[in-house]
Design a protein around this ligand. Sequence first.
Ligand code: G3H
Length: 255
Amino acid sequence: MRQKIVAGNWKMNGSLEFANDFVSGVNRAVLPDAIDVVICPPAPYLLTVSSQIKGAKVGAQNVYFETSGAYTGELSPKILQDVGCKYVLVGHSERRALLSEVDGQIAKKVKAAIDCDLKVILCVGETLEQRASGKLEEVISAQVLAGTSLLDVVEFGSLVVAYEPVWAIGTGQTASPQQAQEVHALIRSLLVKLAGETAAENVSILYGGSVSASTAAEIFAQADIDGGLVGGASLKLEEFLVICDHCANAIVGGK
Ligand SMILES: O=C[C@H](O)COP(=O)(O)O
């Protein structure tokens, strides 16, 4: 059975005080153990979160593809692992759009992180213009193909894909459960072509884009949606915990 995951991406938000308070709150709460709860704080807070948090895993928001050397400002997979990371986000649309990250770099990051035993959450998604002009399938296929191009079949076991329509990120405009399921099914079929039925069946595919406590249950009830990549709502502990519960309950519901 596929691993259910809720990952909270704080993006460039929070503070040391916020991180400590958040961890205390998580440690007082009862996290569902049927799912992987992953917290992705800004890099300087990774160690403080990973060293104190109980029942949740820690992920980085980015990684570099070299193992060490003169790459000022970058973080290798080994450094991330050293500070307690189990997951890393790669290819988030904000990095693609604002920091000019391209498919070639993304493929190398995916490979380097998996080589270092990190689980990679590869982010893909289309803009509103691309969707409106009928390019949805082309864009998603190209991003999935490029992002996984350096992996062998076994390495798909360390891959998670997050479908995040760019137009739904931070806008309050969630994709409808049907829209999301349609793209998740497309991604699953691409993974079958790339890695075969068994490997593809085991890749968790998360939905991201304005997931909230009120939209999560319906989204997580879809057949190919295995959890969420949550931005804004991951900064509100109570709401984030409700989203985690919805994901866990979707499992109980028979998925
Ligand atoms: O990484 C998270 C996604 O970009 C979703 O962000 P959001 O929940 O604020 O829309």
